[in-house]
Write a protein that binds this ligand. Sequence first.
Ligand SMILES: [Mg+2]
Length: 317
Amino acid sequence: VKRPPEGDPIALGAGAEFDAIRAMIVRWGTRARGLGDDAAVLQVPRGDSLVASVDSAVEGRHFQREWFSAREIGYRAVAAALSDLAAMAARPLGVLVAVTIPAEWRQELDELAEGIGEAASASGAPIVGGNTTDGDALSITTTVLGTAFSVLRRDAVRDGDNMYLTGRLGGPAAALRALRGGKKPDLEHRDRLVHPTPRIREARWLAERGAHAAIDVSDGLAADLGHLAAASGVGIEVDLDCVPRVSSVSALDAAASGEEYELVVAAAGALDAVEFERTFGIPLTVIGRARAGEVGVMLSQGGARVANPPGYDHLSR
Ligand SMILES: [Mg+2]
């Protein structure tokens, strides 16, 4: 049997489904690797752990069609999934993308694939597999695979740790509020919503320099700190006045803003924020401290305790 060169897709059979897959493969080009067989085959560096996560983006639940372009929808879905690899400080090995594509979306398949390819290649993760099916709503389910010699876990925050945040918060919530109100979001806010950056390289930089626990901000800073606190059995005190935020967003709104895909990491000592910002072009900020004792998140602003804003809970309705 004549095999295509290493990394090239294997030839596919006839039919509309395979035409759709072929179109996506063409669009992905070198951003995909080894597609077309029954399963992907990946090399895991000896001694590393395989790190895996899966994430779904569903039309009408995670996004409204009129808010985003197909390209933005594809990008966001894959970027969100890759952010979970960043939260573990894993090196991406590949992504597998399962797309449910209703008839009214078929025209947009090319643009959707472009967004998927853009997010994957930006994080250095080849597309190594996937699936397409018909359905009533557009949905993208992304499986991400990575490797790490040592991972950053949620349950490793310790008494006295400094809590660091990457980047600036508040953009996605402000953009979503505008969209839900039928208004045009501020461009800076919209960009943070439609084009989040999984902090893959940042996470490994932080892990190599002493960070020992992490989470990515997907439900909102306060809520995700709550996950860290619960997993680690510690209290986390955060001064909201220290939380960097985008323009025209209040500190409390920034702490409630989800889908940020910034990282919160814990480190026993100090991390070099100047070097971090020089390397990645975003701030690294101490926002608080972990304490033994009462488990949970204690927010303060102007020296006074403030109530925790609610986080996003997918099954709360
Ligand atoms: Mg996460």
